[in-house]
Write a new protein. Structure first.
Length: 267
């Protein structure tokens, strides 16, 4: 379900100014949700070894408060948990076309060689810029156009992810019914009721999120019903089908992964 997404941490995130003691906790709290999108997809997240070397040098400066060096380093380690360090130094340029005055802007992005099928996402602090065409220069006579997508907001990253996933299809389940059909539980088993129409469930599925570290189910918060709707995946099927049901608020912590609750600010 992650569909070949590859994520990269831009150099502005690993700038030393973000790791001053008085602001590091707030900074990590704001950045972690961005990185966690990649973690939920179990996708590769890369960062530049050059950026880390610069930070280490900064921590070693006499002007830096030595009492906090270990603390800062530990927090940096937590921020980059499960991320991959790369020393690759590929050349990427943004083209500023202006006739004879056309220029190239070098992009300091920690890339490895991307394949055409990869959907490349840059985590940064300042802008949401989907579908940027950049020039990947391999040598004097080898270059190609690569599409990259830069995001600084979680909801924009998820919008991009959902728009680029294989289409997910809602499938009616008699076990859970819908807003006009009562749920029918097999034997003595309990069955949660789907409270909305099939059309509404299908719409909520299109924007649902997931955490593949937990399972391949999708989740959304139904604002109309003021509760979560769960979309269990119906196995490994080519139609990519999911059925759906709502759950009572008292079952949120039992049924919804902590990372999903946190995403919707319901933890």
């Amino acid at each position: 379900m992650s569909s070949n997404f590859v994520f990269y941490i831009n150099s502005d995130i690993l700038d030393s100014s973000n790791f001053l003691d008085y602001q590091i906790d707030a900074f990590i709290k704001s950045v972690n949700p961005i990185l966690n999108v990649g973690r939920k997809l179990k996708a590769k997240i890369y960062y530049s070894n050059y950026n880390i070397k610069s930070l280490v040098e900064y921590f070693d400066e006499p002007s830096f408060n030595k009492d906090f060096t270990k603390s800062q380093a530990n927090k940096l380690e937590l921020l980059l948990k499960n991320c991959i360090k790369t020393s690759e130094a590929n050349n990427f340029f943004r083209v500023h076309f202006a006739g004879r005055e056309t220029s190239l802007e070098f992009l300091e992005i920690p890339f490895i060689n991307p394949s055409d099928k990869d959907k490349i996402v840059i985590f940064n602090l300042s802008q949401n810029l989907p579908k940027q065409s950049v020039l990947f220069v391999k040598s004097n006579d080898e270059f190609e156009r690569i599409e990259i997508n830069s995001f600084c907001e979680v909801h924009e990253i998820w919008k991009f992810v959902n728009n680029n996933l294989p289409i997910r299809e809602y499938n009616f389940s008699s076990k859970h019914g819908n807003s006009t059909t009562r749920a029918i539980a097999p034997n003595t088993e309990d069955a949660s009721q789907l409270l909305c129409t099939d059309e509404e469930a299908n719409s909520l599925l299109k924007t649902a999120i997931f955490d593949l570290r937990e399972r391949n189910w999708c989740y959304n918060f139904d604002e109309d019903k003021q509760t979560f709707i769960i979309f269990p995946c119906e196995g490994d099927n080519p139609q990519n089908k999911f059925h759906a049901f709502h759950i009572d608020k008292d079952k949120w912590r039992e049924e919804i992964p902590k990372s999903i609750l946190k995403h919707f600010n319901k933890n």
